[in-house]
Write a protein that binds this ligand. Structure first.
Ligand SMILES: [Fe+2]
Length: 382
C-alpha cells in the first residue's frame, strides 16, 4: 500500500527571528525540556521564556536530559507534566532533549503507559494532542528531531536502546533560529553535521525514495557537503550555521518519510555496544557503505550525480576527504580500540545490525555474513 508523505507538522519557521513566533501562540502553560546549562548560559532560554510570557503563557523548565535519554528521565518528565498540566511542550536542545520531550509527551497524554516496552513496537502509539501540542527548537544541526516522527530512548538498567517511529510524534511547530547553534564547539558541529549528511545520503538512495524525497535529499546532501566544513572552521559565521540548520531539517523531512540505510543500522549497533557517539559513528562508517552501495546501479547513478554537481569524480573518496577535513577518524578501531572484544562480538554486532529497522530500506541488503564483512572493513579500515 502507498505510504503517505508528511512534510513536518503545522508550521516550520527558520531564519533569524524564528523564535519570535512564540510571542503569538495561544495557550496557558508550557513545559520546556532541556539537557543542561549551555542553553541557559547562552541567554536563549530566557529569550524563549520572555516570549512565552508576552504570549501570556506560564513556563516551567525540566532540566537534566542526558546525551542518550533514558526511560527513567522520560518518566520523571512525564510526572512533572502530569502535575503542571502544560498545553504546550517545548523540546529545546539537541536530538536528546527533543527526543526526550517527545517521549514524555506520550506518557503525559496516556498515563496507562508505564514502561518503555509499552510504547515500543509492536505496540502502537495512540493519538496525541488531547492535552498538549509540541514545539521543537533544535540547538544542534543534525538529528532533525524537530521534523521527524522518531525518537531513540535507552533503558540503562536493561541495557537496551529503542528506536520508535510514529507520525503522531511529528512536532507541531519547528522553530529554527540560527544564532542558537552558534555556540556549538567544532567537534559537535562536525559530528552532528555528518549525521545530517548521512540522513540526506541514506534517504537519497533509500529503496523507498521518490521524486519528492529525492528533491529534498539531493539538495540537502549538496549544501551540507559545501557548508559543513565552513561551519566547522568559521562557527561564528551565522550564514554557515543557518545553512547547516536549514539543510539538516530538509534532510530530516526526507528521511522521516523514506527512512535510512545501513550506515544507521551499524552506527546504532556500535553506539549501543561501545558507546560511540551517533554522528561520529555515522561519519566513520559512511564512506564504506557508499562504496558498498555502488553495486546498486540506481544508487551509483545518484552518487555519481552528486559527485558531478560537487565537482568531483569518486563520491566515496570525496566523503573520505570530507571526513579528513572534519577530523573524523578513518576507521572504528581508532575509537573502539579493542580488537579482541570486537572479533568476539562480530557475530552479535552483525545480527543486531541486520535486524535494525533501517536495514530494509538500504539499496543493497546484506545478510549477517555481509554485515560481518562490512564491520571488519569499517573497523580495520580496509
Ligand atoms: Fe542519524
Amino acid at each position: 500500500m502507498m505510504r503517505p508523505m508528511k512534510l513536518a507538522g503545522d508550521y516550520v519557521l527558520f531564519g533569524n527571528g524564528a523564535l519570535e513566533y512564540l510571542k503569538g501562540i495561544n495557550g496557558k502553560k508550557a513545559l520546556i525540556v532541556i539537557s543542561g546549562g549551555s542553553i541557559e548560559r547562552s541567554g536563549y532560554l530566557k529569550i524563549i521564556q520572555d516570549y512565552l510570557n508576552e504570549a501570556g503563557i506560564e513556563s516551567k523548565v525540566f532540566r537534566g536530559v542526558e546525551p542518550d535519554p533514558s526511560i527513567q528521565t522520560v518518566l520523571k518528565g512525564a510526572e512533572e507534566m502530569k502535575k503542571f498540566e502544560p498545553d504546550w511542550i517545548i523540546g529545546l536542545g539537541g536530538g536528546s532533549a527533543m527526543d526526550a520531550a517527545k517521549a514524555m509527551w506520550i506518557f503525559y497524554e496516556h498515563p496507562q503507559f508505564k514502561t518503555l516496552e509499552d510504547i515500543a513496537a509492536p505496540n502502537v502509539i495512540p493519538p496525541l494532542r488531547n492535552k498538549a501540542k509540541m514545539i521543537c527548537i533544535p540547538t544542534t544541526s543534525g538529528s532533525a528531531s524537530e521534523v521527524s516522527r522518531s525518537i531513540v530512548i535507552s533503558d540503562p538498567e536493561k541495557h537496551i536502546k529503542v528506536g520508535i517511529g510514529n507520525m503522531e510524534m511529528m512536532p507541531d511547530i519547528a522553530l529554527l533560529e540560527p544564532g542558537i547553534t552558534a555556540s556549538m564547539p567544532e567537534h559537535i558541529t562536525a559530528d552532528t553535521g555528518i549525521d545530517a549528511l548521512t540522513h540526506a545520503l541514506e534517504a537519497y538512495v533509500s529503496n523507498r525514495a521518490n521524486d519528492l524525497s529525492d528533491t529534498l535529499a539531493e539538495k540537502a546532501a549538496i549544501e551540507i557537503f559545501k557548508y559543513l566544513p565552513l561551519a566547522c572552521r568559521h562557527g561564528e559565521e551565522l550564514l554557515y550555521r543557518e545553512k547547516m540548520q536549514n539543510f539538516s531539517m530538509i534532510a530530516g523531512i526526507a528521511f522521516t518519510n523514506v527512512s535510512l540505510g545501513i550506515v544507521h543500522s551499524m552506527a546504532h549497533t556500535v553506539g549501543g555496544k561501545y558507546g560511540v557517539a551517533h554522528g561520529l559513528a555515522d561519519g566513520i562508517i559512511l564512506p564504506y557503505i557508499v562504496e558498498y552501495n555502488m553495486q546498486s546501479e540506481e544508487a551509483k547513478k545518484k552518487y555519481d550525480n552528486l559527485a558531478k554537481i560537487l565537482g568531483g569524480k569518486d563520491f566515496a573518496e570525496m566523503v573520505r576527504n570530507l571526513n579528513k577535513e572534519l577530523n573524523i577518524p578513518a576507521n572504528l578501531k581508532e575509537v573502539i580500540n579493542n580488537d579482541e572484544d570486537f572479533e568476539k562480538n562480530l557475530e552479535y554486532l552483525a545480527t543486531i545490525a541486520k535486524n535494525d529497522g533501517c536495514t530494509k530500506t538500504n539499496p543493497v541488503i546484506p545478510d549477517v555474513e555481509g554485515f560481518k564483512e562490512l564491520f571488519k572493513k569499517a573497523y580495520y579500515g580496509k
